[in-house]
Each structure stands twice: as structure tokens, then as C-alpha cells.
Design a protein around this ligand. Structure first.
Ligand code: ADP
Ligand code: MG
Length: 378
């Protein structure tokens, strides 16, 4: 697949059974990345998301050819990245705190993207000014890097990335150190930039929201292993395992663990808290591999139905224990027979602590996982 508008330098990146181990200080083996397989198409933008320490930077450095894998390989098209001379890789690497040349003005820093000496001097100057305008740093062209705010420095770094017209653009959490508003604005800039440079992009972040809004596809890393790679909507709707389900979504998905019990030929997942039965669920239909006895059901806060008064079944009584309000959004932590759930609330109800409401965990809204492996069923 070639994404429309991919530039000629855009490369297809093939990551094959990639493993990287390090020696820790005490001589122990640290496996930063284990058996990762993925392909980024020419001109595609892949967002790699995972918690701190999950191997994101390691993956990016290996993709850039800055390090040798312990096993497996990275190829650009049909060539191993390490077999391509660095200046021919046409990679631009953007870091969390992108380094600028401290002794050069912003303008000269931007001009460094032109080291290869493409185009006429007038042409370059016009492009630099265009970029400065675009990233709102025109009034900073004569400033030195130390005079800039973090956000401005990242804008310069982004501008330089755009001017260098890379075939592969690798971004390692470039927005992580910025305040929320600057972060929001620069995220939009990156999304736009993506359409203009049409490089193959790999964007690493620990923020699922950033990953979902910037990636054509999203790859989720957990402890060095790839849990899932798919379109954002598929990752949200059908998470591969319990880790992905909990990591992607805010507030996180609720989980209830129970055991399959059979009475009169009817199988039900029964969730207990001590002696009390918290809930009973109809397991997914036959043929979806319900062979294990212990299962976990997941339900997102927005999927829990709420009612103002706990009426007859299917409504169950729950007590509000905590209320979180942020503008038009409201989340309630509720207690259901001793278990805690987070539900999306309705601000118009004006609930208070200790209020009793009804909740309904609809069978059709549940996601099922095996308790031991954490894998999603079906
Ligand atoms: P992330 O970018 O997702 O936070 P990293 O790729 O930086 O994760 O690190 C993954 C794991 O590998 C971590 O446990 C980290 O401590 C370890 N690690 C990374 N680089 C080195 C190194 N040069 N030497 C030893 N351990 C490393
Ligand atoms: Mg990192």
C-alpha cells in the first residue's frame, strides 16, 4: 500500500521479530523489546503508544538504525536500515526536548535543514519565512534558542523537520514537556504537517489521546511486546487484551472478575464480593471459546447505563462515592455491592455523595477476557 501523496523518499518500514536486550548495572538482562513485528506503509503515520518503560524509544532508535538489534531486523523497503548510509536514510528524528544549536539564531537553526544545499538562496529564505509564519515564530527569527520558551523551541524543531523534507519522520514524545494548551496547538500543527510532508511517520507517545488523533494506525506496546496494531477505532472497540482495554480510554474501562456457574443448563458468569453476588452475566454465545472458568468482563464508563432511581431489574442499586466534574463532563465512582465502578454521569441530575442511583451493565456492552491470559474472547 502507498498512501496518497507519499513523497518519493517516503519509505516502507518493516520491523521483523525485533528484539533488543541491554545489560543492567548489576549485569542482569533487560529486554526492552521482544519479538515485535509490524509494517508501516509508505506515507503512513503510525502512532506507538505505551506506558513509560514499554520500549517505545528503543523501537524508534532501532527503526532509525541508531542501534543494532539483539535479533530480528528493520528494513526500509528491501534493505536493512543499518546497510543504508545514514545520510541516505533521509530520516528526521524529533525528540522530547529537541536540541537546537545554542549559538545560532532561530533563523540559522531553521537553515540547518538545508545543509544539503538544495534550491536557491532566495528560495530557501522564502521557505524559512513561510515556515516561521506558519509556526508563529516569525518574530523570533533573530532570537537565540535560550531566549525561547519550550513551546517555541519545539516549534522551531518542527519547522526544521518540515524544511528538511525527510522520507521518514520519527517523533519521540515531542509534546510531552509542554503545557496543555501549547500541547494542544502543536498537536494540531503536527496533524497538518503530516499532510504536507507526506513522509512515513512513526510517532511515539505515552498519551493514548495523542496516539489516536495522530495515527492512521495505533500500535500498543506493553513491556516490550506489541499487544495490538490496528486503526484507532478498532483498538478502542475491540482491544486485544485487558492491558489495551485499560490503557486506552479515560477514565479506564471497569473490570469485574467472576466464575462461570451452571444451573439447569444455564451458564452464567457470577461476580462475587465475599458471599455477596455483585452481578450475573450471560456469557458470549457458544463457539467463542468459553472453556476457561474464570473470566473478566470489561465495561467502559460511558457504556454503563444509569437511572435516577434504582428500580426493578435490570437496574441495580449503586451508591455514589466520588464525583469528578470537568465542564460538561462528569464521572461518578459508585459502589455496587461492595465493588467500585466508574460511570459517566449526567451533570443535569446534580447528584451528591451517598445518593443512590440505578446502574445497568448490559450484556451487549460487555467485553470479555480470559482471567489468566488477559486475552479478549471472540
Ligand atoms: P519508553 O521509551 O517506552 O519509556 P525505553 O525504550 O526507553 O522505554 O526503555 C525500555 C526499557 O529498556 C526500560 O526498562 C529501560 O530502562 C531499558 N533501557 C533502555 N535503554 C537502555 C540502556 N541503554 N541500557 C539499559 N537499559 C535500557
Ligand atoms: Mg521514551
Amino acid at each position: 500500500m502507498v498512501v496518497n501523496g507519499a513523497n518519493d523518499d517516503a519509505k516502507e518500514i518493516r520491523v521483523e521479530r525485533l528484539t533488543k536486550s541491554y545489560r543492567g548495572r548489576a549485569g542482569q538482562r533487560i529486554t526492552a523489546l521482544e519479538g515485535v513485528d509490524l509494517v508501516v506503509s509508505r506515507g503512513e503515520s503510525l502512532a506507538v503508544v505505551g506506558p513509560s518503560g514499554s520500549g517505545k524509544t528503543t523501537l524508534l532508535r532501532l527503526v532509525a538504525g541508531l542501534e543494532e538489534p539483539t535479533s530480528g531486523q528493520v528494513r526500509y523497503g528491501n534493505r536493512a536500515v543499518t546497510a543504508i548510509r545514514p545520510e541516505q536514510r533521509r530520516i528526521h528524528f524529533l525528540f522530547q526536548d529537541a536540541p537546537l544549536y545554542p549559538s545560532l539564531t532561530v533563523e540559522k537553526n531553521l537553515a540547518m535543514a538545508y545543509r544539503a544545499g538544495r534550491g536557491s538562496a532566495e528560495d530557501r529564505q522564502a521557505r524559512i519565512e513561510g515556515i516561521a509564519e506558519r509556526f508563529k515564530i516569525r518574530h523570533r527569527l533573530k532570537s537565540m534558542p535560550e531566549q525561547l520558551s519550550r513551546g517555541e523551541r519545539q516549534r522551531v524543531a518542527l519547522g526544521r523537520a518540515l524544511l528538511s523534507r525527510p522520507g521518514v519522520l520519527l517523533l519521540d514524545e515531542p509534546l510531552s514537556n509542554l503545557d496543555p494548551e501549547t500541547r494542544y496547538r502543536l498537536r494540531l500543527e503536527i496533524a497538518n504537517l503530516r499532510r504536507e510532508i507526506s513522509a512515513t511517520m512513526v510517532h511515539v507517545t505515552h498519551d493514548p489521546f495523542e496516539a489516536f488523533t495522530l495515527g492512521d494506525r495505533v500500535a500498543v506496546l506493553n513491556e516490550g511486546k506489541l499487544s495490538q496494531i490496528d486503526r484507532p477505532e478498532s483498538v478502542y472497540r475491540a482491544p486485544a487484551d485487558r492491558f489495551v482495554a485499560g490503557f486506552v480510554g479515560f477514565p479506564p474501562m471497569n473490570f469485574l472478575e467472576g466464575e462461570i456457574e451452571e444451573t439447569n443448563g444455564n451458564k452464567r458468569l457470577v461476580v462475587r464480593n465475599g458471599e455477596r453476588v455483585v452481578a450475573r452475566f450471560q456469557p458470549p454465545s457458544e463457539g467463542t471459546g468459553v472453556t476457561v472458568k474464570r473470566l473478566v468482563v470489561g465495561i467502559r464508563p460511558e457504556q454503563v447505563r444509569v437511572s435516577r432511581s434504582p428500580e426493578a431489574l435490570p437496574w441495580q442499586e449503586a451508591v455514589i462515592r466520588r464525583i469528578e466534574r470537568f465542564g460538561p463532563n462528569e464521572y461518578w465512582q459508585v459502589e455496587l455491592s461492595g465493588e467500585t465502578l466508574v460511570v459517566k454521569g449526567d451533570p443535569a441530575w446534580r447528584v451528591s455523595l451517598a445518593d443512590r442511583i440505578g446502574v445497568h451493565l448490559k450484556d451487549s456492552s460487555l467485553t470479555w477476557f480470559a482471567a489468566d491470559s488477559g486475552k479478549r474472547l471472540g
